[in-house]
Ligand binder design. Structure first.
Ligand code: BGC
Length: 293
């Protein structure tokens, strides 16, 4: 079973068909540079170029580096402000030819996508309790899970720490901009993790983003955090894989209610169907192609 995943980032828009049994790219990914300014329209063209490169016409999942509810992008901390209030799912679906053409698009937060992929296929596989996946990059993204269920749009990168937006101090961009040593930056990450731990008491932190490839340079320097801290495993492809998972869950249908009963017919939904589906995308209640993990 293959579904297309696209990761929209500040520097690149990259995507590939994803093999959902293996949780890996089915083909080598294709990347275009993110246009500047990264307006919704210009980015939609980039997404189309990536999807068209593969001649893909099935479901597509796309990540976005901000809050996404009901397919609408709500914040844009590190991208063009024109995204705020944009029906991103509608825009991308129309740009890819419309649902009739075969490419409905599901849009979700980038860290939530990475988290879904790590919880199902990577460093958080099979883990229960409270798990927090943090992506350290231009900003800090977060994905909060309780017993494998996602609480979307947690935005823990914007916690205030010592009077600053945490991501302005502890992201890898802060490390680069301020030319911080690993030791100095690890100290900031440690203070940030201690703060998040104080608030949520997670059992596990999964640290993602490009810097997870260099985990040995900074994770051993972090002390005084009780939770287990491990590097992400899917690294650069987590967003693409998670986007495809979300699109699969959204396509596959309505998940049952929390007590396992089928979604009540006629009940007034409080949450958009795609959002409900993505909460349970790690253990899709509609069944994964491989029949479970
Ligand atoms: C945004 C998040 C996003 C993170 C990583 C933050 O600035 O607010 O939504 O997940 O950056 O891209």
């Amino acid at each position: 079973m293959k579904v297309f995943g696209v990761d929209i980032g500040g520097s690149g828009i990259k995507g590939a068909p994803v093999d959902l049994e293996r949780g890996d790219l089915a083909e080598e990914r294709y990347k275009v540079l993110t246009p500047h300014p990264a307006t919704p329209d210009a980015v939609a063209d980039g997404v189309k170029e990536v999807v068209d490169h593969f001649g893909w016409s099935g479901p597509v999942g796309a990540t976005f580096p901000g809050v996404v509810t009901g397919g609408t992008t709500r914040t844009a901390a590190n991208v063009d402000k024109g995204w705020i209030g944009t029906d991103a799912a509608g825009l991308l679906t129309a740009r890819l030819g419309g649902e009739a053409g075969g490419s409905p698009v599901t849009v979700l937060n980038d860290a939530d996508a990475a988290g879904l992929a790590e919880l199902r296929f990577g460093a958080g596989r099979g883990r229960t309790g409270t798990v927090i996946v943090l992506t350290l990059g231009t900003g800090i993204g977060s994905a909060l899970f309780t017993d494998g269920r996602l609480v979307p749009n947690s935005e823990l990168g914007h916690l205030e720490l010592h009077g600053h937006d945490a991501e302005k101090r502890a992201s890898t961009k802060a490390k680069e901009d301020e030319d911080l040593s690993w030791q100095h930056w690890a100290h900031r990450v440690q203070r940030y993790l201690a703060h998040v731990e104080m608030l949520f008491s997670p059992e596990l932190f999964v640290i993602g983003g490009g810097v997870s490839r260099k985990a040995e340079k900074f994770l051993p320097l972090i002390e005084g955090v009780s939770a287990e801290i491990v590097p992400a495993q899917l690294q650069n492809n987590a967003g693409i894989v998670g986007a495809a998972m979300a699109a699969y869950a959204a396509q596959a249908g309505e998940p049952p209610a929390a007590d396992g009963s089928p979604a009540a017919a006629g009940a007034a939904p409080q949450t958009a169907p795609a959002d409900r589906a993505l909460r349970s995308a790690v253990d899709s209640p509609v069944g994964w192609p491989d029949g479970g993990r």
